[in-house]
Every structure is written in structure tokens, then in C-alpha cells.
Design a protein around this ligand. Structure first.
Ligand code: GLA
Ligand code: ZN
Length: 649
């Protein structure tokens, strides 16, 4: 079942309005609404006093129009009475100050009192709605991920977490390298939280893992509770795409499916958004929901543009094209008050059906409902995968607030090149089964564990093509540098050695490939000494000149590439064309601004063409297709409208 939905907050409007909304929602063809996301103060206005009557009434008005509901646990915004009673629920920020009431997400994730009150409201809600067939599922909390709390309770939890991981202080001191700057601990109670501006990378990585685990524990508590009371309803959470501060694979594990909040903002972000979808699909290796889809300008209306007509539709198809099963718009109507009063909705503040987004939603839902039978049960099949790994994302932060390099940015160099060939991309972990992929790409993979090394080696031996980006394998799982010659554990696989490197922030360096084509190197340079590998590109500037910039080695039945620096896009385009030869979508030729993504049901391919430009584009079709959206037969050269979409079979 595919859905079009809206995030609706009846508590923001007068009761008399609810039936008008329900009527407009139905007329737009919207079949599901998400409710009660931040409504704790209205559901439990005082400690232990519950008021569900208003929600019952709003829901029954919607029910009369056949509109289904996803209910939220309201725990992202603890009410003022709870904070007054238990101020220790408020997190302590890194500067040592307690966060104050007044925004949202103002709770310490390990606070036992908060767990108690959360469980209590969730139990009440679940019991109250367990027999409602209108409620199809739950969203847990809202956008887990922060703020990080530095209270004494969290510190004790962190010490406990470390104790169960390392068992002995000797082991911890050794693993962290605490000989450095006299950091040896002689009792667990001495271990601080990472408050000082510079801290040990090993310590930093464990704190990130700990914070992620604490979110996981709180999330799992909610899932268990909901599943025990309403086993027939789905449970999901709204993830945030490329958000780096939680291990999303772990977090996704116990949800029925992943949902995420998609705010593309600008057309320039299209590859980043596409990759985000693929990361979200990769978490459980299954299709997902978009629980909040941008419909126009955002809270910062001074910087985020209003969508031109057609863009809301384009981004919606983009979501479906990458594996969405539902697209729910944020939000039904722009609110007249509160922090997000400048944020657009499907309806503007005036509540009339004259908004651009309302017209567009109406068109989209009628199209999607018409093509739903074809799309249902289809999924993306990808012959190539990119490794996306949280330990590696975190190891990149080193000891700073900001990461050294842009991890998704490094992935995107390859990603863009692959997408331009009309090829789908999966996102995987280093230890996942890689055997079904023609090629697997690992940008910025600092940490290579024993298990990952074995997995990658076996993959290449059996015929896979593995492509590493710069700084591969420089660290162990404690975020300490390896003692061996780089690229560490898989040095023999690549048939290279790296004894020197440089960053390229201030240096302009030329690289030439085998055919003599020239590229600009950027960001970082591993200066490669081949030891059995073939050179595919060489540095051609200053003292780098003796070194290789990129190499390939045959290993077993497969190949291992090492790309030692950041390079101009043309390099990746050429490389991926070569590596993925034969997999490109031969019969459709598109200009750059048109993205191709393919969903597949058995042997039937559903090909999405999406024009990310405000001008019409010409695509050329090598055989006859039918566009499912217009039901027109197409072949040869065809025009695709500005922001237009085609769904070809
Ligand atoms: C997030 C939240 C929403 C809302 C939007 C605004 O994704 O989940 O509650 O604040 O951003 O863009
Ligand atoms: Zn805390």
C-alpha cells in the first residue's frame, strides 16, 4: 500500500476548523495523517491527568473521511509541569549549563525519571488506541540525536558502559593509549565526559558509541512497549538522512521500517538527497517512508527559497524513485504561532485551498494512486554499493567539533558518476554480504577491522571490484593509527605501499591518467609506491611527481583500486564508466540534469526520469516505452518538462 500523507496538528487549530481540514485533506487525496507528535501538554496536562477526548474527536472527524492515522509518542517535548517537578530531566550542555525549557528535545536520554514518565504516557496512549483500526502505526519520539548530555548521571552511565566493554582499567588504558599526556586512570570514577575542546580520539569514539547506544536503549524501550500493547501496528521513527551522530544501522534494527525527514532545500542538493534516500534504504535493506517531506519554504524563509511550481512534485517522485512507500508532507498547514510560524505547509496560514502546494498535492496524490498498483511490491536492485559506516564517520572527527573531511562528500564523487550512468546504488556496511555487487566503493575508510578486511579480501578474490578512497585503513577499531605500512591490513590486496602523504588545502597539484588526461587533485594526497599494482594515474607536480595517484591490482578473480586523492569529477566519471561497463542503461540517454532511478518488480523495470532543471530537457529513448503517468507511448527524442517526471515501462 502506497500512501500520500500530511503531518497534521489539530491542537494548533480551533475545533470548528477540524471538519474543514478533514474535508480539504480528503479532497487533496491524502490518505494518512501523522498526529500528536509534540502534544504531551495536551494529552497529560497535569501529572497523571489524561485528556484524550480532543484527539478522539479530531480522529473521528478524520475517520469519517476515511483518513488513516500514524500516532506519535510525544516524548520529544516533555511538558513544563514535568520539568518543574524534575528539573534534572533537562540535559547539561557541554558548557556546563543546564538547558532550559522553551524549545524541544530538552531531556537527558539516560534519565531514569524521564524513562518512567515516558513509559507511562506511551502505555496510556497505546492502551487507549489499541483497538482503533484507523491507527495503522506509531512514530517513536521525533528525530533522535541530541542534544548530548554531560550530566553526572550520564557520566556514571558512560563509566558503566566502559566497564562492561573493557572489563579492566589496564585494558582501557592500553586501548585508549592513556600513556599519552598522563591520562592513565586508576579508578573508573575518574573517567570524565569529553568536555575539554581537545580529547583523545579513542575516548571520543567510545563516547560517540555510548551516546548512540543510550539513544538506542531509549528507543528500544518505546518499541518494546508499543509492540507489547499493539502488536498489529507498525512502529517506526523519523530518521534524518545523513545525520552523523547516531549509528542508524543499530537504531533501525527493531523498527518495522525506517522513515525519514526529507528537506532538500535546493536543487543543487539533489545527489546528496538521492544518497540520503539510499542510506535510509540501506539501513534495513528495505523500502522506507518519508515521514516529513518538504512542500515549500522552511522556517528560515530568509534563506530557503519557495519551491517553484513543480518542485514539490519532483521531490516527491524522487522519494518514490529511491524506494519510498509513503510520502508524508510537513506540514498540513503553516502555523500562525510558535517557533515555526515562518514554515510553509500544504496550506498557507490563510487555510484556503488556493496555495500552490495544495494544488500540487492534489495532482500528486491522484497520479500516485493511479500508478500505485504498478509500483507496489517493487524495489531497487543495485549492482554497485558504497560503504557507509558510522565508526568511520566518527573516526573522522578526530578530536574536533567538526570532521576532518566530508564523509558523504567523498562518497558523492563516486555516487554522481554512477548515477550518471543510470545505475542504482546501494549503501552497505563493511561486513555486509558484498557478493552480489559488481563493485563496492569505500571512501574515507579510516578504520578497517579484522572482520571487514576478511570480508573485502574474500569479495575481491571471488571476482568483485573494490575501490578505496584516500586514507584507507589508517586506523584500528579504537581510532588509533595502525603500526604497519599503509594501507594497513589490505596492503597486499592493493599491491601498494604508502610512506608519505600531504593535505592539499593550499597546493595545486596536477594528476595525469594513463591516456594523458589531466585532473586537478584536491583535499588529500596519498603518495603511492606501487608494489605489484598497475598505475592508472600519476602525480605531475612538485615533489609528488615520482608517486602514483591511483592504482589497480588484480587479486584472485577480482580487482582492487586505490584512489589516493580527491580528483576532479571527470576522473570518477571515466573510472566508473570503465568499471561498470555493460551495466549502464544503454537504451536511454539523458542530459546531466535528468536523474534516472529504477524500481523493479520481478523482471519488470519501472524507470523514473526526473528533470532537476527549470528548463525542459530532451531525452532519447532507444525503444518504445509507455509513460505510466500520462499513459502516453513514447520513443525516440522526447521532451521532459521543467521539473518534469516520467515513469517509463
Ligand atoms: C524537523 C522536525 C519537524 C519540524 C521540521 C521543520 O524535521 O521533525 O518537527 O521542526 O523539521 O523543517
Ligand atoms: Zn544526562
Amino acid at each position: 500500500m502506497l500512501y500520500i500523507g500530511a503531518d497534521y496538528y489539530p491542537e494548533h487549530w480551533e475545533r470548528q476548523r477540524w471538519s474543514v481540514d478533514a474535508e480539504l485533506i480528503q479532497r487533496a487525496g491524502i490518505d494518512v495523517v501523522r498526529l500528536a507528535e509534540f502534544a504531551w501538554s495536551r494529552l497529560e496536562p497535569e501529572d497523571g491527568r489524561y485528556e484524550f477526548g480532543w484527539l478522539d474527536e479530531a480522529m473521528s472527524i478524520l475517520d469519517r473521511k476515511g483518513i488513516k492515522v500514524v500516532l506519535c509518542t510525544p516524548t520529544a517535548s516533555p511538558p513544563a509541569w514535568l520539568i518543574q517537578k524534575h528539573p534534572d530531566i533537562l540535559p547539561i550542555l557541554r558548557d556546563g549549563n543546564r538547558m532550559s525549557f522553551g524549545a524541544r528535545r530538552h531531556y537527558c536520554i539516560t534519565n531514569k525519571t524521564y524513562h518512567y514518565y515516558s513509559e507511562r504516557i506511551i502505555r496510556k496512549l497505546a492502551e487507549h488506541y489499541k483497538n482503533s483500526s484507523q491507527v495503522i502505526g506509531w512514530q517513536v519520539d521525533n528525530e533522535f540525536g541530541g542534544p548530548k548530555c554531560y550530566c553526572e548521571g550520564c557520566r556514571r552511565e558512560f563509566q558503566r558502559w566502559l566497564k562492561s566493554k573493557y572489563k579492566s582499567l589496564d585494558n582501557l588504558n592500553r586501548s585508549w593509549g592513556n600513556a599519552f599526556w598522563s591520562h592513565d586512570y586508576t579508578s573508573w570514577e575518574q573517567i570524565p565526559l569529553p568536555i575539554v575542546p581537545y580529547h583523545n580520539p579513542a575516548f571520543d569514539l567510545d563516547f560517540r558509541r555510548f551516546f548512540s547506544d543510550m539513544n538506542l536503549a531509549y528507543s528500544n524501550m518505546q518499541i518494546r512497549l508499543l509492540k507489547s500493547i499493539t502488536p498489529d501496528k507498525f512502529v517506526t521513527h523519523n530518521f534524518m538522512g545523513l545525520f552523523p551522530h547516531l549509528n542508524y544501522y543499530d537504531l533501525a534494527k527493531n523498527y518495522d521500517f525506517v522513515s525519514w525527514d526529507n528537506y532538500p532545500q535546493n536543487l543543487e542538493n539533489r545527489f546528496r538527497v538521492a544518497l540520503s534516500h539510499d542510506v535510509m534504504r540501506g539501513l534495513k535493506k528495505k523500502n522506507f517512508w518519508v515521514m516529513e517531506q518538504q512542500c515549500s519554504y522552511l522556517t528560515r524563509q530568509d534563506i530557503t527559497p519557495t519551491f517553484s511550481p513543480g518542485q514539490m512534485r519532483l521531490w516527491t517522485y524522487h522519494s518514490f524513485a529511491h524506494g519510498a512507500e509513503a510520502v508524508v508532507y510537513f506540514r498540513w498547514r503553516a502555523c500562525t504561532f510558535g517557533i515555526e510560524q515562518f514554515h510553509s505547509g500544504i496550506l498557507q496560514h490563510d487555510g484556503t485551498d488556493r496555495s500552490i502546494s495544495y494544488k500540487e498535492a492534489t495532482r500528486i496524490s491522484s497520479e500516485i494512486h493511479r500508478i500505485a498498483p504498478q509500483l507496489e511490491g517493487s524495489r531497487l536492485i543495485s549492482p554497485v554499493a558504497i560503504i557507509y559506516d558510522y565508526d568511520n564517520i566518527w573516526a573522522n572527527y578526530a578530536y574536533q567539533e567538526k570532521p576532518m573531511y566530508d564523509y558523504p562528500g567523498e562518497a558523492l564523487r563516486f555516487y554522481r558518476a554512477i548515477k550518471r550512468l543510470g545505475i542504482n546504488v546501494d549503501v552497505v556496511r563493511p561486513v555486509d554480504d558484498l557478493s552480489k555487487y559488481r563493485a563496492v566503493i569505500a571512501p574515507l575508510m579510516y578504520i578497517v577491522t579484522e572482520e571487514a578486511a576478511t570480508n573485502i579480501r574474500r569479495y575481491v578474490e571471488k571476482g568483485g571490484t573494490f575501490i578505496a578512497g584516500f586514507r584507507f585503513g589508517i586506523k584500528d577499531e579504537n581510532s588509533n593509527m595502525v603500526k604497519t605500512v599503509l594501507p594497513g591490513k589490505l596492503k597486499d590486496l592493493f599491491g601498494i605501499a604508502i610512506y608519505a602523504w600531504d593535505n592539499l588545502r593550499e597546493r595545486s597539484v596536477e594528476v595525469k591518467d594513463e591516456e594523458g588526461e589531466s585532473y586537478q587533485a584536491d583535499t588529500f594526497a596519498d603518495l603511492i609506491t606501487p608494489e605489484g599494482a598497475e598505475i592508472i594515474a600519476k602525480y605531475n607536480s612538485s615533489w609528488y611527481s615520482p608517486y602514483a595517484a591511483a592504482t589497480v591490482r588484480s587479486f584472485g578473480k577480482g580487482k582492487a583500486y586505490y584512489i589516493g586523492c580527491g580528483l576532479s569529477q571527470g576522473f570518477y566519471d571515466k573510472l566508473m564508466r570503465k568499471v561498470l561497463k555493460g551495466l549502464e542503461l544503454e537504451e536511454i540517454r539523458c542530459p546531466d540534469e535528468v536523474e534516472i532511478a529504477i524500481r523493479q518488480k520481478e523482471d519488470k523495470k519501472l524507470i523514473f526520469l526526473m528533470n532537476f532543471s527549470d528548463k525542459s530537457s530532451e531525452v532519447s529513448l532507444g525503444r518504445k516505452y509507455v509513460d505510466l503517468i500520462t499513459e502516453k507511448k513514447l520513443s525516440g527524442k522526447v521532451e521532459i518538462d521543467p521539473f518534469g517526471v516520467m515513469l517509463l515501462i
